[in-house]
Structures are given as C-alpha cells and as structure tokens.
Design a protein around this ligand. Structure first.
Ligand code: AMP
Length: 416
C-alpha cells in the first residue's frame, strides 16, 4: 500500500472547513490592507533561493528539494515564497506601478525537515509582501495586519516579538562583536553553532540546544550596534506600534532563519509555547530586490503557517463555520420513481439547490437511514402514488414529519 510521503498529509473533507475559514480570513485582511493576490510557480531556478535565502542557511543547506529536469535545468520546489514574489516583481516591471506594491499569497512550501508536530515537509503559508517603501509606518502596518489576522481568527494568548538586526552598514560591526563574544565559548557550543560561528554568526542567537544557552545569556544585543538611520527607523516603528496599541516584546535573540532580513524582524508566538511553535513572522528585506538584479528597493513582509494556525484553532476549541453542503436527499420507491427522481434532481440543481440522489434500489427505510447518516435535514420522497398525483413528499428528517407538496411548487418550498 502506498502512503503519503513522510512529512506530508492529505487534507480530507472533514478538515476543509478549517482551511476555507483561514483562507477567507486571510483574504479579508488583505482586502482591508490593500494587498492583491499573486500565485507563483511551485518550482523556480535553484539559484533564486541560494542567492536570496542564503547559502549558509539551514533551508538552503539541508532542506531544499532540488532536482534536474529532463533538459538539465536545476530547479527547486519553493522552500519559501518571498524570493518568488520578488522575482515576479522584477520580471513583470511592477516597480512601474505606484509603490509600495502590496501582494499576498496562500501557497504550499517544501522543506526537507525532521517531521514532528507542527513541522512538516510540505506545509502551507499565507503571507504578504509590501515592496517599494522604507517608511517604518509600513513596518507597523504589516505587523498590525499580521496581528489583526490572528485576532480575526479568534486566536488568543499570542505574543508579538520584535527586534532590529540592522542593515549592511551596521550589521558587520555587530557580527564582529558576536564572533568576539562567542570565541570564549567555542568549546561549549553545539556542533552546528561551531559552524555558524564561522559562517553565519547571527544564527547562533536562536539555537535552542541546552549546551548553547549559557553563552546566549549575556550575548551582545543587535540594537546596541544600529547605525543612526536604523536606530531612528526602529524608534519610529516602536512609536507607531504604540499608537496602534499593539503590545510587543523586544526579543534580542530574534534573528529569523533567512539571510535576506534587514532592520525589522518580528514573530508571533503562542504565549505558552514560545519560539518552537511560531505561528508567523517576517521582517524587512531592503536589499533583496537589488540582490536579484533590480534597483535598490526596500520591502517588508510576513508569512504564517496554516497547519500551525489550524492546530491552535483546535487547541483553543474555536468553532469553525461548516461549509455549505447539498440541502436535500432524494429518495425513490420503484423503477419509475427512480427515473422521475433522476429528472427532478437535475431540475433542482438547475435551480441552485444541492441534491444527493439515492443510488441503487435500496428500500425506502435504508435510503432514509443513509440520509440521516449524511446529516440531511430534509428528504424528498417519490413513489408511484406521487407520480400519479403530480406531487412529492417532503420529510423533515429531524422530526420525521412529512407533508405532500405539488411537484411544481417544490423549488419554492425548499428555498423557503
Ligand atoms: P518561515 O518561512 O520559516 O519564517 O515560516 C513562516 C511560518 O511557517 C512559521 O512561523 C510557521 O508557522 C510555518 N512553518 C515554517 N516551517 C514549517 C514546517 N516545516 N511545517 C509547518 N509549518 C511551518
């Protein structure tokens, strides 16, 4: 028997109400904040991701699904979507539109990770990107949109973590300070962090391994190394978040896992579980468009994980509206009635009424049992007598009360 590949899952019909609920709330927030939908291809040239996400990140180093197609092109299933959105921005000359260009996506993401609760090899993200402006008011607006999205889902007990990791002017000074600081601890660091110290010292900060915690306690803080421009930007952002009444915590160890981030970084986490189960996060990527061959173009965005959101909706017992389903079960007694039922089902569907017609030649009792199991509130029954009289029986499945209705009044009655 084949099974879904490790770390992937089928989204069965009983799960779909959660997915539609989250997607609808995402689209609502995007409409209010002025984001338009973009869908990019599932795979891209591998170089797009190595260039943007960074050669020394876990995503590029360990997690990409990369393959060669039949013509020898090296392609990768998207391990994140910001790079694709930026590629599309450049490819379609979106810099000619009024800036910032605001785009959102709901899409599948592929990462070869060690599967566990809330961590999969294929997951789905809802994200937004606002490209073409460096105003800290835009940072505040993006963070606010993320927060309002979670609020609109009724999710509670979340915390907003914030940090600034500077720009290409001030970051090198901070990285030197980090390297100098960690040099004293090299023997204690985990194997990954020993490599990070040489290649990507920023990532030392978010290592969760116990052996790396003592060193992390009094580590230098990025905000103490910001250049005056980054410092002003961060202070303005904090002011705007205050004006918007968004409670945030400065987390000096928040750096995020992708290399393209500059200045603002933020995450939204369940209060109880913290960083291990982050629901969403984002930040500025002011150099990315230029890195990909465009003019210098500041930008900011966020991404949220839909599977983790749904896990939290369930954990918090949040009730989800059901999806619309067929309204009427159509039962029939005898061959002639089955012919009539087939015609009637088509007629009702034309009128926009959802119908499930009984199949085979089961007894009426068996048909009504099926209608009950499927959760129908109403059944329409046709037998020989009804055909003769030009009527049908309408049965209330909850009370078992039945009434006879002229066939030509059925749509009216059902819609009522
Ligand atoms: P990232 O692109 O790593 O910033 O991820 C954005 C969001 O996607 C995270 O906050 C998580 O909610 C979710 N996410 C990331 N990786 C996974 C994964 N492997 N499985 C499920 N959700 C994930």
């Amino acid at each position: 028997m084949y099974r879904a590949p490790r770390g992937t899952s089928d989204i069965l019909p009983k799960e779909q109400p959660y997915w539609r609920y989250v997607e609808r709330k995402a689209a609502d927030v995007c409409q209010i904040y002025g984001y338009e939908r973009i869908d990019a291809p599932t795979f891209e040239d591998t170089g797009l991701f190595t260039r943007s996400v960074g050669e020394e990140t876990d995503i590029v180093n360990k997690e990409m699904y990369t393959f060669e197609d039949r013509s020898g092109s090296r392609l990768t299933l998207r391990p994140e979507n910001t790079a694709s959105v930026c590629r599309a921005y450049l490819e379609h000359g979106l810099h000619n539109l009024p800036q910032p260009v605001k785009l959102y996506y709901i899409t599948s993401i592929f990462r070869y990770e060690r599967p566990q609760a809330g961590r999969y090899r294929q997951h789905h993200q809802f994200g937004c990107e606002a490209i073409g402006d460096d105003d800290p008011a835009l940072d505040a607006e993006v963070i606010e949109a993320t927060w309002r999205f979670f609020e609109s889902l009724d999710l509670r007990h979340l915390s907003l973590q914030l940090n600034s990791i500077g720009c290409k002017k001030c970051r090198p000074g901070y990285l030197t300070a980090l390297k100098d600081y960690y040099a004293k601890y090299t023997d204690e660091l985990c194997r990954d962090c020993k490599t990070r110290l040489k290649r990507n010292p920023l990532r030392l900060l978010d290592c969760k391994k116990p052996s790396c915690q003592p060193a992390a306690n009094s580590v230098p803080r990025s905000i103490d190394y910001l250049c005056p421009e980054c410092d002003t930007h961060f202070n303005r952002l904090k002011k705007y978040l205050g004006l918007l009444d968004l409670p945030f915590t400065i987390n000096h160890r928040l750096v995020r896992g992708l290399d393209y981030y500059t200045r603002t970084v933020f995450e939204i986490q369940p209060e109880a579980e913290g960083a291990q189960s982050t629901l969403g996060g984002g930040g500025r990527f002011d150099d990315l468009i230029e890195e990909l061959g465009g003019k210098p173009t500041p930008a900011i965005g966020f991404a949220t994980g839909i599977e983790r959101i749904i896990l939290n909706l369930k954990k918090q017992d949040i009730s989800i509206p059901p999806l619309p389903s067929p309204q009427v079960f159509l039962a029939h007694i005898g061959e002639e009635a089955k012919d009539e039922a087939t015609k009637l089902a088509a007629r009702l569907r034309q009128a926009g009424i959802g119908v499930i017609e009984a199949l085979g030649n089961k007894s009426l009792k068996a048909q009504l049992r099926q209608a009950n199991k499927l959760g129908f509130e109403h059944a329409v029954i046709i037998g020989e007598q009804e055909i003769k009289d030009g009527t049908v029986i309408l049965r209330d499945m909850t009370t078992s009360v039945q009434k006879t209705i002229p066939l030509d009044k059925l749509e009216e009655e059902l819609l009522r």
